[in-house]
Design a protein around this ligand. Structure first.
Ligand code: LMR
Length: 332
């Protein structure tokens, strides 16, 4: 795979500096793993529309959804090598490239709602986290939302004990690994594009994701029960290859920044509704039973996952977790 990515990277470099460069537009390949009709898919399309408009066609954005080009881990490598220019991986996927701090967003129940999240992403901590990417050959441009995750399996998941011994697909985050271990479950890292089949064939028993991701991948069709836990947040960092970005003419970068700002506001304004609609569709399908927790059941789940904060303190950084908690409590 690395050879293929390298070949694509050198072709991409030639496309920018080759003989036709003067008249042909600068191309931004934007690769992602979800469906077009998701919060991320819609925001990416909006960025394309605005970027091409504001640069009067001098920049062309090609959006490749659904892991068409690369799966989770490969896409980060492809960005670093310059085979694609832009991505929006989830906060949970930066560990393998050595940036563990974004996993703080994965801590169970750390965020109660999206306005609370904004205090972090729009504040100094959000900026500080983006800066960590500079050393990895990438520039962090924005935070995009998906929403809150729910749990599914072929077994009704109500109490922590129901998770015991079940295999759950997770993204490549050690916080998510610790979360499922705290429940006595067996976490298994897997690319997003492989989850549906793994659930269908029983390679894993269950998974966690947002309603939008579950619905657009048809996961609800192969999971008898879906529990509305809203136990964790799933969001993205929009990243661009740093060299590509720094080498752009300054006026184009300004227009692209503006397009990114507006596309982010657009995507973040519709993410909650996208997830509500997806949940309604899942219910309508009759293929999965939606399970609501009572306040007592919810409290038991929270309690069962409390230990995760201590388990991952060394990895994510205790001061960072404390700063995060402080910012989420700060009043506007
Ligand atoms: C996942 O792997 O479950 C998600 O990060 C996919 C996505 O990009 O929303």
């Amino acid at each position: 795979m690395r050879k293929l990515i390298l070949a694509a990277a050198s072709a991409a470099m030639f496309a920018v500096v080759g003989p036709a460069a003067a008249q042909s537009p600068i191309v931004i390949k934007f690769s992602h793993v979800v469906a077009p009709n998701t919060p991320k898919g819609l925001a990416a399309e909006k960025f394309k529309e605005l970027a091409e408009k504001y640069t009067a066609g001098k920049v062309k954005v090609e959006v490749y959804p659904n892991s068409q080009l690369y799966k989770d881990k490969e896409e980060l490598e492809a960005l670093q090598l310059g085979a694609v220019q832009m991505l929006a991986p989830s906060n949970s996927k930066f560990g393998p490239i050595g940036v563990r701090e974004f996993e703080v967003f994965d801590l169970p129940y750390i965020l109660s709602d999206l306005p609370t999240l904004r205090k972090v992403t729009d504040g100094p901590l959000g900026t500080k986290l983006l800066k960590l990417l500079d050393g990895k050959g990438m520039t962090g441009l924005a935070y995009w939302d998906n929403g809150f995750k729910i749990m599914s399996a072929n077994k009704k998941l109500v109490a922590p004990a129901d998770y015991k011994g079940l295999k759950f697909r997770i993204q490549s985050s050690k916080v998510l690994d610790a979360q499922f271990r705290a429940l006595g479950a067996i976490p298994q890292v897997m690319a997003f594009s492989e989850v549906y089949q793994a659930l269908q064939t029983g390679v894993v028993d269950g998974q966690e994701n947002t309603p939008s991701n579950m619905y657009t991948q048809k996961m609800h069709e192969v999971q008898k029960f879906t529990t509305l836990t809203n136990h964790g947040y799933l969001g993205y960092v929009v990243i661009v290859n740093k060299k590509f970005w720094d080498d752009l003419p300054a006026n184009l970068r300004t227009e692209l920044d503006k397009a990114m700002k507006e596309a982010s506001a657009y995507g973040n304004s519709l993410s909650a509704k996208e997830n509500e609609d997806a949940l309604a569709e899942m219910q309508k399908s009759g293929k999965t039973e939606l399970v609501k927790l009572t306040p007592e059941q919810d409290a038991a789940m929270r309690k069962a996952m409390e230990s995760v904060y201590g388990d991952v303190a060394n990895r994510v950084g205790k001061p960072l977790i404390e700063e995060f908690l402080k910012e989420t409590k700060a009043t506007n």
